[in-house]
Design a protein around this ligand. Sequence first.
Ligand code: SOE
Length: 385
Amino acid sequence: MPSKKELRIGLIGTGFMGRTHSNGYRRVPNFFPDLLHTPVLKTVCSRNAEKVQAFADQWGYESIETDWRAVIARDDIDAIDICTPNDMHAEIAIAAAEAGKMILCEKPLARTVAEAQRMVDAVEKAGVANTVWYNYRRIPAVTLAKQLIESGKLGRIFHYRANFLQDWTISADVPQGGTGTWRMDVDAAGSGVTGDLLAHCIDTAMWLNGAITDVSAVTETFVKERMHALTGKVQPVGIDDACIFHCHFQNGSLGLFESTRYARGHKALYTFEINGEHASIRWDLHDLNRLEYFDHGDEGIVRGWRSIHVTDGDQPYMDKWWVPGLGIGYEHSFVHQAADFFSSLDKGAPCHPTFRDALETQKVCEAVLESATSRSWKDTGVDTF
Ligand code: SOE
């Protein structure tokens, strides 16, 4: 058995995503024992020393830092994992690339295409491994959808439809900015639901169905002013609370996307449906182990939607987990992403989505926002994915 290669990780940011990534790293050696690379949780960084120490104790990091620059300067760190608010992604990633570190960056890659482009230039110039945590690709049922499409079972694709619905910002008392609510602050986040939620839908859509070439969008900001947690003042809200767009894919199919944080009753409902000439598929995050599949080739009397419980060892990732019939959850998508990153290092191959892939998603997000502002169709500039 060849000896393991340690990948010493420096995690920057200890919020929700810091926890999902840490859990991902911790599970990989248990469930993906054949990988040559193995994570070592070397250090974790956040501004508050007491809080970051508690995080390090809880998740098993060997040390703490309170300045991200110190993490990048350390010789005993191989990979930087960026889990900060979006406004820090570019600065940290570019500094990490210049220091020769590998980078795993939480989505969206950046606030703007210009920032994302600088990040791509930096990692490609430095030649460092890089990936972006668009985790939903790694849910086995979603990966199975990719396999079905690639096998040609759907035939020509006509329609791609996706929703990502939440309801946590309906109250006008939710502040903008600060810990926990930075997603509401346009300076920290770059945009609202477009960059936060539709970016997931766009990444999955282009992975499954190819490039989105042009878009027409509407956005709305329902609550126009909110208290800013950092200044204590009521300030205009700069993010999009809801966004609906339709689009063309390069393969000739039509897309329809909706996201909002004002869909009362929906906490995190991500769904998509794809209609092809021979078959259709649909998926729902609330029932994430299932892929719904309709095959027009089935014999007429039994033709109908079948519900595939994606828990069999022949199905993507499932040979790593329990026994057929026993499902897995949201957190496993991050375990899979971490494992795929280590596997790509074992093979010397890129781990998709790379920064360059995520730049293309960023281009679509930016075209969506520009289309909504200008009330006109916009080309995305994406021609391959
Ligand atoms: C927002 O509420 C959020 O946490 C996103 O930031 C995540 O990317 C998404 O997966 C769930 O919702």
